[in-house]
Design a protein around this ligand. Structure first.
Ligand SMILES: C[S@@+](CC[C@H](N)C(=O)[O-])C[C@H]1O[C@@H](n2cnc3c(N)ncnc32)[C@H](O)[C@@H]1O
Length: 273
């Protein structure tokens, strides 16, 4: 049995939810040998109406839809805060794409893959997204084969809220400037629900994430998301409230409809019209 001691539990919570809710075989293998890998997931779901389970399923469905629909637009994918994301290994539409993933906890991630014997196609590169989105990071990515000129899609799932808003804007602006960015798939915690907390459940959720050492630091409105992406030159922008997809997937809405904003934005590759 592997211990979860010292691990970022939010990272193991995602494969737990994907194993239970989506019967994802890679997620199931990743958690199989851990002692109580679902602890954080259960705590979160208890505090807030099945929040983690529902949120993981909703965002997986939303992002998978756009990864499939736009697969001819991008040649490579960069996943920010990749954690143990199984999409690069499970989605047919990513099978022939080069996939790079960065994270603060790359050593933990590599240790988990090694200890569980699970293989990932994702090329992992260390990066602290709060302070380390810079030329040195791009150099490390390029050393693994990443191209600054190929049409690129950036996926940032379940991660913006761990950073202050200025860092989120900096990272997306920097990547937009340096890469041939054609697609952006991102989710944002809602300002209206959390800043300040709308009710006791929201307050307890903030308390829980602070207690495990990963406080939430940024919250956005749909207007702020659209404004940023217009500024970055995106021509097709979709912002969808969590509840819209929750209704479609689960047949009812248990969480606040606007608890999370799911966002997909696209523009033509550089040099095309
Ligand atoms: C909730 S998990 C989501 C993982 C993955 N994107 C998914 O949806 O399966 C958040 C991830 O963000 C990473 N993270 C948190 N703060 C970070 C930072 N400052 N820089 C880079 N990664 C960070 C964590 O290590 C963790 O892997």
């Amino acid at each position: 049995m592997l211990s979860t001691k010292g691990l970022n539990l939010t990272m193991l919570a995602i494969p737990c939810a994907k194993s239970q809710q989506l019967h994802d075989p890679q997620a199931t293998k990743l958690i199989a040998n851990f002692d109580n890998p679902g602890k954080f997931q259960k705590d979160c779901d208890t505090v807030y109406d099945d929040f983690l389970n529902r949120e993981v399923v909703v965002r997986h469905r939303y992002f998978t839809h756009f990864l499939e629909q736009k697969q001819d637009l991008y040649e490579q994918v960069l996943i920010l805060g990749v954690g143990l994301d199984t999409k690069p290994d499970m989605l047919p539409c990513l099978k022939n794409k080069a996939v790079y993933g960065c994270d603060l906890a790359v050593t933990d991630i590599q240790n988990i893959y090694q200890a569980t014997g699970v293989h990932t196609r994702t090329k992992l590169v260390a990066c602290d997204l709060e302070t380390g989105m810079n030329q040195q990071f791009l150099t490390r990515l390029q050393a693994r084969g990443f191209s600054l000129t190929k049409p690129t899609l950036v996926l940032w799932e379940g991660g913006t809220f761990f950073l202050p808003p200025e860092a989120v804007v900096h990272d997306l602006s920097f990547l937009n400037q340096q890469l041939n960015l054609v697609g952006l798939l991102v989710d944002y915690m809602s300002s209206a629900v959390f800043n300040p907390p709308r009710h006791e459940k929201a307050r307890r959720q903030l308390e829980l994430v602070a207690k495990i050492g990963f406080p939430w630091k940024s919250f956005f409105t749909p207007a702020e998301i659209k404004q940023l992406e217009h500024k970055l030159g995106f021509t097709e922008i979709n912002v969808t409230a969590h509840g819209e997809i929750e209704q479609r997937v689960f047949g009812n809405v248990k969480l606040d409809k606007d608890i999370v904003y799911l966002n997909a934005a696209f523009k033509p590759a550089a040099g095309t019209n």
